[in-house]
Ligand binder design. Sequence first.
Ligand SMILES: [Zn+2]
Length: 677
Amino acid sequence: MVLRRLYTVVGILILGMALLGGLQLVTSSTPAGDISGTLGRQLLLVSPPSGQVQLLATLPVTVHVQIALTNTTGFIASAQPAAYASVRASGADALLLDSDTRNKVYYFLDAQAKNAHLLADRWGTTVYSDDRQILLAIPAARERSFLDAVAQNPIHIELLTGKPLYLGERAGTTVPKTVTGEANAAVASLLSLVTPDRLSAIIADLSGNRSVSINGRTLTLFTRYTFSKQIGDATSYVRQALARLGLSPQDVPWSYGRYSGVNIIADIRGRSNPDRIWLIGGHVDDTSQTPYTRAPGADDNASGIASMLVIADILRQHQFQDTIRFVAFSGEEQGMWGSKSYAGRLAASGAQIAGYIDLDMIGWDGDNDHRVELHSGTRQSSIVLANAFAAANARYGSGLIIEIKQGTASRFSDHSSFWDVGYPAILAIEDFFADGRAADRNPRYHNSGDLLANVRLDYVTRYTQAALATIAELAGLTDTQTATPTPTSTASLQATPTARPPSPSTATATLTPTPAGGTGTCRDLMANGNMEAAFGWTFGRTARPASYTDAAVFAGNHGLRTGIEPWTLDRRSHSSAYQSVAIPQDAASALLTAQIRRGTGDGTGDYQEILLLTPGYRLVRTLYRGLANDADWQTVRYDLTSLAGQTVVVYFNVYNDGDGRRTWMYADDVHLSVCIP
Ligand SMILES: [Zn+2]
């Protein structure tokens, strides 16, 4: 506390200048990443006359936070003694909230949370409250016990720091870009790569549903509480996951008083405007009534981190005009400590932040109505960001029912840290806050019952698809295809007479495409493309027929095997899996994507292939034919748009010549994404 007081003096002196000049206030004595700042002696609620926010800059106060009041806007400010009188004389409305801030810390509490007022009365003095927030003064000596008590309740809090609020929008970093018009086929093709399996795998890891391997150690993430020993494992998990994607994660430390932690960030660097940065992510820390021993936090907020990591995994293979930065904050449940530090650093360095999409609690949909909330606040740049998200949801058929909250927006997540330094940001959350309508918030948040089993994966999938489409469009996806691997052979029809399924008569009975996926303009035509069920695919009746397998899985619990694995008996045999799809006449785009993993011990004679056949099993197109060994799963993409109006059989096959050297190919997440204008 002593140190923090020392930094105050400089801040107060240049406060007025900073507001007038629109300058970011950074004192040289402030430790890097520290967020506490300094409060003046008095705490005030100031409300300038409507449309006269600029008046604040002329007052002898430091403005810290903007809050929505009924019919107007209020600002929590601090000032030296006697300022209150001159504020009143200026024509602004002002309330003296606390005449002496010394040896106190201040926290906002979500007033809609259960026990909010009980907690407030137990731990401090309520200096302000309305139907959304309580501002609580707490003796500084009791801060840590207050935080541990709060941790055990389903409530979100926010630290009031002494840092000055950046009034208005930061020049040059507002969001001018509005994406309109048709769905982009390249973006649409990415959405089917977002699957419940990929999301649930990460949520399972983060919520202690199963053990994980972190830096070579096998462990279970029982808790991600900021003050627990395991918070380091949780951040390591995120760092490791981003590193595995080939991104280069960085640790960005933060500090608050005697506490410290790290945020993790990783970039896909923009090709044209690398300095223009779009942020997406959420907080990795969590809490519960048993925060040190068991806090699964599946919805709050493994859901948001899983979404961020899946989006990173998909987008890393593409190119963008602007930089996309993936972020994982810690210290959120203590009042957004990590993000306050990070947003402050960005602003101090003059970073050009185009917007932050904060994914926090995107896993609960108790009434299955697909309703979500986007909290934009009232600034235009953030509203544009929320509108872009809603437009992407509509254009790509993610199926969310979106409510954009402006005047009634909540501050209780990391997005508000960005608002306060003048950057555009939105909170993307489940149907959490009541505004004249009953909310549908997770009843088990901040509880050891916040488990993967209670997460609605379909909802997280839709939310992630909409977020992916939003960020891909805003950052300017520039490539149209990244074919890895490139088909290595252009075998003619004559060269592949044996490509025919040997028993077409048994195949025709099940060749009915079953659309699975979105309900809007884009949908996935493949049936059971993720291989998790036992329908959709037909296996040719050969000596070594293909099958579903749990031996090689890209996501979920099952994949598809074609060919002969090393540990089984070699034979001369085809081994095929196929299904028929009807590509609509009016399809504006049709993109076939799949994960494949090929293996062989042979050098000649055998081959792996992916073909398109007519319903009568004549070759339409060879998408791939070769003999390859893959160290890992490969994404393949084929543009089938020119086949609109045709029914084709998607055909995976491996041929073994029976010479004792085997060849095989696994496939998973096979999707044919079709978009109708
Ligand atoms: Zn929370």
